[in-house]
Design a protein around this ligand. Structure first.
Ligand SMILES: O=C1C[C@@](O)(C(=O)O)C[C@@H](O)[C@@H]1O
Length: 234
């Protein structure tokens, strides 16, 4: 997974999967935003593979204790689960007590069960300079199969910084996924795949966006494919 660009439909409700099929390659299941996520997984019989995310509250999500790792470990036993998101800060010991050992154990379990690991970094305040973004991407990519970075863009320069960092990190051999949150960075979601970004996130229903500035799923699919020139040929 993630050798090619993967467009995930980001949702807290797996019953949306049939609607996502037409446009998405996978579903990002936001377990932290879901009601009874393990029961939803038990009854999931969709076609799209799942990337499971149980975002910690200290990283902008709604899961506020280490129990999120138990839920993720159980999630990995489901055949449909092809990838798991783990925060870089947890793996690097820059997170609350207990996070590092749990995150490392989860990554080991993922590796044993052939589940891809997306190592993520979020900045809800700003977008650092390109060189700092490249460092973050290199760190995240070194810890898993894909290093993912989402920062907040306040102006066009921030979007440009993310595009440049995506290009540089990819050229340096790192497998990355990048995007800016916020309206001034929205277009990065369509453009960074051209510079190597391997994962896109978009809600099936725009009312349920999981981050600021996301395009609706069908729109992002059309933009990514259109910019790639899929309908133009050589
Ligand atoms: O980390 C990410 C990226 C994201 O924050 C975005 O900006 O699209 C959306 C989240 O659901 C996902 O876990």
């Amino acid at each position: 997974m993630f050798e090619e660009f993967v467009l995930t439909a980001s949702t807290a409700d797996l019953s949306e999967e049939p609607q996502a099929r037409e446009h998405a390659d996978a579903v990002e299941f936001r377990m932290d935003l879901a009601s009874d996520p393990l029961a939803q997984l038990d009854t999931y019989d969709g076609e799209l593979p799942l990337l499971v995310t149980n975002r910690a509250s200290w990283e902008g999500g709604e899961a506020d204790d280490l129990g999120r790792y138990d839920a993720l470990t159980t999630a990995l036993t489901h055949d449909a689960v092809a990838a798991v998101d783990i925060e870089l800060a947890a793996l690097r010991g820059n997170a609350p007590e207990g996070e590092e050992s749990h995150a490392t154990a989860l990554r080991n379990t993922a590796r044993e069960t052939d589940v891809a690991v997306v190592v993520s970094v979020h900045d809800f305040e700003s977008t650092p300079e390109p060189a700092a973004l490249v460092d973050l991407l290199a760190d995240a990519a070194a810890e898993g199969d894909v290093g993912k970075l989402a920062t907040t863009a306040a102006a066009s320069e921030d979007a440009l910084a993310m595009i440049e960092a995506t290009h540089e990190a990819t050229a340096a051999g790192h497998r990355v996924a990048t995007m800016c949150m916020g309206e001034p960075g929205r277009h990065t979601r369509a453009v960074t795949p051209l510079y190597g970004s391997k994962i896109g996130y978009a809600p099936v229903d725009p009312a349920n966006a999981t981050a600021p500035g996301q395009y609706p799923l069908a729109t992002l699919r059309g933009l990514v494919d259109g910019l790639r020139g899929d309908d133009v040929g050589e």
